[in-house]
Design a protein around this ligand. Structure first.
Ligand SMILES: *[C@@H]1O[C@H](CO)[C@@H](O)[C@H](O)[C@H]1NC(C)=O
Ligand SMILES: *[C@@H]1O[C@H](CO)[C@@H](O)[C@H](O)[C@H]1NC(C)=O
Length: 407
């Protein structure tokens, strides 16, 4: 409006009357104020990020770590002094999903940012005698290519991130000799080392922020695996009888290319209120990035899983098992669609500094490795290992995979 007016008066420049002069002053004033605002915002921003670097608990002393952990949720119960000169060596005996260098994380890199990080990883099998722990990625084990029994004080670790249901379709976990492993490293909460997906979002500072604003669509689902052991696809069909569900990817009409993940997440962020975080299999404790991605993108996850949800913030998700039917869930989503206050209650955890990261002090994705390093140094833990007669069976039996609700 203002620009349009300005254009008009510029074209009738012949006589610069007081009115035109006044309009000039207004425009110049607005430009100055906007410029000042921009500059001060930029400065403020860089100051905040500089500050947050200085306060990074990873760089801090042991005392600060203890302080930080008091508010941490979950995994770690005790703290003990670690000799900085003592480094525990971890050997990858197998490849890791076919990559021999464990996805480029050898050396100290794997443990960077951990509270206890005096550990180093190698894949040089010649170093087995001096390794404190030897890792076998279950999907890469070949039973005719294993080392002899572990020496006393050494750990053989059974590592897997997939659910047992996912192994049925071709992938195998080979049998190993009895009493081969003495540690497990899986997403299961009863593993010796827990490797579950983490989340980490910035604290939301704008207490008046309305997360529903501008979101014109209801539910999105990015999916590439169309027929699953958990039968989530059937639940979605039922849900679609009552509300629209926008299905992107191989199993639906909409496209958002995987190679442009940032753009897809952006769309999720801007347009959608809910995201279907439906796992492909419903097994004890099995929760993946399908849930954490939603938390990372300002959408409310609708969870379908067999997970122990206490590892996520209260009221940060909606779980299908809390509703008697897909229809009841749909009605709740429609209610939230009309009531911004109620919708924003699912975003409240984002304002709470103690809730915005999985465990307070860990960088995303590193928790399992951090826990491993801590375990290897923890004298109390060394004495408490039960050992596994058959870790593979422990994994398969304890998974308790089951069909999901079908609406
Ligand atoms: C979920 O985890 C919490 C904390 O680790 C635990 O106290 C609780 O018993 C678990 N619940 C189930 C059903 O496993
Ligand atoms: C909207 O949600 C708020 C918070 O849950 C609730 O107090 C209020 O009664 C709701 N309004 C309507 C019209 O349902």
């Amino acid at each position: 409006m203002l620009i349009w007016k300005f254009g008009l008066s510029a074209s009738s420049r012949k006589k610069i009357g007081p009115r035109v002069l006044f309009q000039w002053v207004v425009v110049v004033g607005i430009v100055c104020v906007a410029g000042w605002y921009f500059v001060s915002r930029t400065l403020l921003f860089s100051r905040t990020s500089w500050l947050s670097q200085v306060q990074d608990p990873v760089l801090s002393s042991l005392e600060q770590e203890i302080e930080a952990r008091k508010g941490a949720k979950g995994v770690f119960s005790n703290l003990f002094p670690v000799d900085p000169a003592s480094v525990k060596q971890v050997l990858f005996w197998t490849s890791f999903f076919g990559t021999p260098d464990a996805r480029g994380t050898l050396g100290a890199k794997l443990f960077e940012g951990c509270p206890v990080r005096q550990c180093a990883a190698t894949n040089d099998r010649n170093q087995i005698a001096t390794s404190d722990a030897v890792i076998f990625h279950a999907l890469d084990i070949s039973s005719n290519n294993l080392p002899g029994p572990r020496r006393s004080g050494q750990h053989y670790i059974f590592l897997i991130g997939e659910s047992p249901a996912n192994l049925a379709g071709g992938a195998r976990v080979e049998k190993t000799p009895e009493d081969f492993f003495d540690m497990t490293f899986t997403y299961r909460l009863d593993s010796d080392v827990r490797g579950h997906y983490l989340y980490s979002v910035p604290v939301e500072k704008d207490l008046t922020r309305n997360f529903a604003e501008g979101k014109r669509k209801l539910v999105a689902w990015f999916v590439s695996n169309c027929i699953t052991p958990g039968r989530r696809e059937e639940y979605v069909k039922e849900l679609q009888k009552y509300i629209p569900v926008d299905v992107y990817g191989k199993c639906g009409p909409l496209k958002c290319p995987r190679n442009n993940e940032a753009a897809c997440n952006d769309m999720l962020n801007k347009d959608y209120k809910f995201y279907l975080s439906f796992e492909n299999s419903i097994c004890n404790d099995y929760v993946t990035e399908k849930l954490t991605n939603a938390l990372h993108n300002n959408v409310v996850p609708i969870a379908m899983n067999g997970g122990n949800m206490t590892i996520f913030p209260d009221h940060s998700y909606i779980h299908v098992e809390d509703f008697p039917s897909a229809r009841a869930l749909a009605e709740h989503l429609q209610y939230l669609d009309k009531n911004d206050t109620a919708y924003n209650e699912y975003m409240r955890w984002r304002f709470d500094p103690s809730q915005v990261q999985s465990h307070g002090v860990f960088s995303p994705g590193s928790s399992g490795w951090c826990m491993l390093c801590e375990r290897l140094h923890d004298p109390a833990f060394q004495g408490s290992l039960p050992g596994y007669r058959d870790a593979r069976q422990w994994f398969l039996d304890g998974g308790q995979c089951r069909p999901g609700p079908i609406g």
